[in-house]
Design a binder for this molecule. Structure first.
Ligand SMILES: CC(C)(COP(=O)(O)OP(=O)(O)OC[C@H]1O[C@@H](n2cnc3c(N)ncnc32)[C@H](O)[C@@H]1OP(=O)(O)O)[C@@H](O)C(=O)NCCC(=O)NCCS
Length: 153
């Protein structure tokens, strides 16, 4: 699919179940050098403060997001989209849902960390009003800095 098809894409969002984990881990391995494993996602499904959301396009799981809720604060622990579906609005749909949940849960601040080189993700977060509020030096295993981004709502 091409980016031009973005407008007509029907993206469905719901909470993840254990049956989604193999597909989530498959995407995770494609997009991150240090991917979370099956056990990490299973443990997210069991944590009372964690919401794991999945996005489907044409019946296929193509994206997910892990959101931690500690009212009045929230933290985006993970978000990713299947490479062949990136740039088509799936990340935006997930972030819109995150915002909706945060509003419903009385959240006033959402934070996250992103690699300093990850311009696409930073662009997504800026689009939603996130700003860089700090730098964690060499926080990634390969020595790259992490930017701390925050949105006040
Ligand atoms: C970051 C990620 C989740 C974004 O998801 P996505 O579905 O591709 O995002 P969208 O199509 O909704 O685009 C959202 C915004 O990102 C930016 N963006 C998307 N693709 C881009 C590209 N190729 N170049 C530059 N900016 C881009 C744009 O600002 C876009 O908004 P716009 O379309 O209104 O201009 C996805 O690229 C991804 O999974 N990346 C790998 C994993 C990752 O880095 N996760 C984040 C870790 S902090």
């Amino acid at each position: 699919m091409r980016r031009s098809q973005k407008e007509s894409l029907s993206i469905k969002l719901r909470r993840a179940t254990v049956w989604d984990i193999p597909r989530i881990v498959g995407i995770e391995r494609k997009v991150f050098p240090k991917p979370w494993g099956w056990d990490a996602f299973l443990s997210e499904l069991l944590k009372p403060y964690s919401r794991v959301l999945v996005a489907h396009v044409e019946g296929k799981l193509v994206g997910y997001c892990v959101l931690w809720l500690f009212p009045p604060e929230a933290y985006i622990a993970n978000i990713a989209v299947e490479p062949s579906y990136q740039g088509m609005g799936v990340g935006t749909a997930l972030m819109e849902k995150v915002e909706e949940i945060c509003r419903d849960e009385g959240i006033s601040s959402i934070t996250l960390e992103v690699r300093a080189s990850n311009r696409v993700a930073q662009s997504l977060y800026r689009k939603f009003g996130f700003e860089v509020v700090g730098v964690r030096r060499a926080m990634y295993h390969d020595g790259e800095d992490g930017l701390v981004m925050e949105k006040l709502i």
